[in-house]
Ligand binder design. Structure first.
Ligand SMILES: Cc1cc2nc3c(=O)[nH]c(=O)nc-3n(C[C@H](O)[C@H](O)[C@H](O)COP(=O)(O)O)c2cc1C
Length: 171
């Protein structure tokens, strides 16, 4: 008997509605090299191991960054501060900007492999693509961290129930 036959059906819309309650830190995943860069806003980013330092990122197959990450074997995860809300909007495609256009209006450096790193991100992780796991509409990209930048101290940008916000510590 298949798993589908014994598990109760869960509607995709209901699943999405419930997942909206999972507050997430907002990151921008970047890839490509000067002149041919792209990226996307993402919350599906997670630490994997610290020995060796590895993380994972879930990227839609349809995202412009998806084939670039596969081809170059490189990507970076940049954790946004609250002040970088405009960057989040741009890399989510909200103003129609694509590819290189998304990098306008913010200051960028790059790691040794040329992968773009956002200056003043709370943290930036330059990664070598270690593995890819394909599941339906998305790939889980596993990255081995080869470059680190940190500029902590500012409030983080968070996303919850379809809205951007920031963190308030409990008393
Ligand atoms: C807050 C937020 C979080 C997102 N998280 C993800 C994510 O984790 N993975 C993903 O593939 N797309 C995610 N998206 C959607 C992409 O940012 C969006 O589809 C982007 O435009 C894809 O890039 P493209 O226009 O180059 O295809 C998120 C969007 C927002 C606003």
């Amino acid at each position: 008997m298949s798993a589908a036959a014994v598990l109760p059906a869960v509607e995709a819309a209901e699943f999405r509605r419930c997942m909206r309650s999972l507050a997430g830190a907002v990151a921008v995943i970047t890839c490509g090299e000067e002149g041919a860069r792209t990226g996307l806003t993402a919350t599906a980013v997670c630490s994997l191991t610290d020995l060796p330092p590895m993380l994972l990122a879930c990227v839609n197959n349809a995202a412009s960054a998806h084939p670039v990450i596969r081809r170059t074997g490189r990507f970076a995860v940049n954790i946004l501060s609250e002040a970088q809300l405009p960057v989040a909007g741009r890399f989510a495609g909200r103003d129609g900007a694509e590819g290189e256009q998304r990098f306008a209006g913010a200051f960028w450096t790059h790691d040794e492999d040329g992968t773009p790193l956002l200056a003043d991100a709370l943290a930036s992780f330059g990664c070598a693509l270690e593995a890819e796991h394909r599941h339906g509409s998305h790939s889980i990209f596993v990255g081995r961290v080869t470059a680190l930048r940190a500029s902590a101290g500012s409030p983080p940008l968070l996303y919850h129930e379809g809205r951007f916000g920031t963190f308030a510590a409990s008393a």
